[in-house]
Design a binder for this molecule. Structure first.
Ligand code: AMP
Ligand code: MG
Length: 317
C-alpha cells in the first residue's frame, strides 16, 4: 500500500521547486505569521508566560493513535522527539510563580501513510499549546473563543488582500460557540459524526467527551466520560484544537494508564512527581497550519507547505 501511495506523489526536483514557488504557499505563510504574531500579543496581554519548546525529551505524549517511533540514545538516556509538550506544561506549573503558560511548539509525529491524503496531516507541525493552573474546561473554552476572535480580527486587519482572495465574505464572527457531546452526535450521525457535523456546520463548534490519552481527566461525577473538548472547524475542515482538564491525582493517573496501556516504566519519574502532587490544571493546543488551512480554505495542507511533510512520503528537502 505504501508503494502505491508514493507513486501518487510527484517528488521530482521539478515538482518540489514548483511547490516552493507557489503563490498560495506564501499567502498561507503570511496567514500563519499573522496568527503567531497576534497569538504572542494576546498571550502577553492575558498574562500567560511563554515557555520555550523542547524538541527532545525522556517522555512525550503517548498519543491515542499509532505513529512511527522517533527516539535516539544520548548521554545514557532515551530521548523522544516531541509529539506534544503536555507533560512539560503540567510540570512547569509546579513553579509557584507560573499560573498560566503557552508554548509555540514544534511537534514531530511520524504519522502512517494512511494519513497522507487527509488534507490535514503533516508529520511535523506547529502547535500553540497553553495551560492554566486551577482552571476548568469552561474557562479554557471561553479563553479560546476570545483568542479566536482576536486572531481573526488581526488577520482581517493585517492581510485584507490575502483574505479577499480566499474568503471574500470575510471570516465568520466568533461568539459563544455551540457545544456538542460525542455520544449525542454519534447517536445522531453514526461513526463519522465528527466529519459529517463539521461539513454541515458554518461556525466552529465544541465537541466534548472523547475517550483518549490517560492525562485527560475522567469526570468524577460520571466515570467513563472525560472532561475534554475539541474545537472543530466548520465547512468540513475538521479538528483544529484539543484540550482537557488534566488528571493530577496519582491513583487516578495509574488507573487511566492501565486502561490506556501506557508504559508506566517510561513514566516512573512523572508518577513520582504525581505522588507528591501535580497541580490541577486545564489547557489546550491548536495546530497553526490547520488554522491557516481553514482561513485560506485550502484543500490539502501539504499542497501549500513550502516544504512538504506528507505522512509516509519522502521529500527532497
Ligand atoms: P492533539 O493534542 O493530538 O489533538 O494535537 C493538537 C492539535 O494539533 C490538533 O487539534 C491539530 O490542530 C494539530 N495537529 C495534530 N496532529 C497534526 C498533524 N499530524 N498535522 C497537522 N496538525 C496536527
Ligand atoms: Mg486531537
Amino acid at each position: 500500500m505504501e508503494g502505491d501511495l508514493i507513486e501518487e506523489l510527484d517528488v521530482s526536483l521539478e515538482a518540489t521547486l514548483a511547490q516552493l514557488r507557489g503563490e498560495a504557499t506564501i499567502d498561507v505563510l503570511k496567514v500563519q505569521q499573522a496568527i503567531i504574531r497576534a497569538t504572542h500579543q494576546f498571550m502577553f496581554e492575558r498574562g500567560l508566560v511563554q515557555v520555550m519548546p523542547l524538541m527532545l525529551s525522556p517522555i512525550t505524549d503517548p498519543l491515542n493513535h499509532g505513529v512511527v517511533d522517533a527516539a535516539i540514545s544520548y548521554a545514557g538516556c532515551r530521548w523522544s522527539l516531541t509529539k506534544s509538550m503536555i507533560f512539560h506544561k503540567q510540570l512547569a506549573l509546579l513553579n509557584p510563580d507560573l499560573e498560566a503558560l503557552y508554548i509555540v511548539s514544534p511537534n514531530v509525529r511520524l504519522e502512517f501513510a494512511d494519513r497522507a491524503f487527509t488534507g490535514r496531516h503533516l508529520f511535523e507541525f506547529t502547535q500553540v499549546d497553553f495551560e492554566f493552573r486551577d482552571k476548568e474546561g469552561a474557562f479554557v473554552r471561553s479563553f479560546m473563543e476570545d483568542l479566536l476572535r482576536y486572531l481573526f480580527a488581526a488577520v482581517q486587519r493585517d492581510l485584507p488582500e490575502v483574505l479577499a482572495k480566499y474568503r471574500p465574505q470575510g471570516l465568520c464572527q466568533i461568539g459563544e460557540l455551540e457545544i456538542f457531546r460525542t455520544e449525542d452526535l454519534e447517536a445522531q450521525y453514526g461513526p463519522e459524526y465528527e466529519h459529517v457535523k463539521s461539513k454541515e456546520a458554518l461556525l466552529p463548534f465544541w465537541l466534548l467527551n472523547h475517550r483518549r490519552e490517560f492525562y485527560d481527566k475522567e469526570d468524577p461525577t460520571k466515570p467513563g466520560t472525560y472532561l475534554n473538548y475539541d474545537l472543530i472547524w466548520p465547512e468540513g475542515f475538521g479538528e483544529g484544537l484539543s484540550g482537557a482538564e488534566r488528571e493530577n491525582e496519582y491513583h487516578q493517573i495509574r488507573k487511566r494508564m492501565e486502561e490506556t496501556g501506557a508504559n508506566q516504566e517510561a513514566f516512573k519519574h512523572y508518577l513520582e512527581v504525581a505522588k507528591k502532587g501535580l497541580p490541577h490544571s486545564a489547557g489546550a493546543g491548536f495546530g497553526v497550519e490547520r488554522m491557516a488551512r481553514f482561513i485560506c480554505r485550502v484543500k490539502d495542507i501539504n499542497d501549500v507547505a513550502l516544504f512538504q511533510r506528507r505522512p509516509g512520503m519522502p521529500a527532497l528537502f
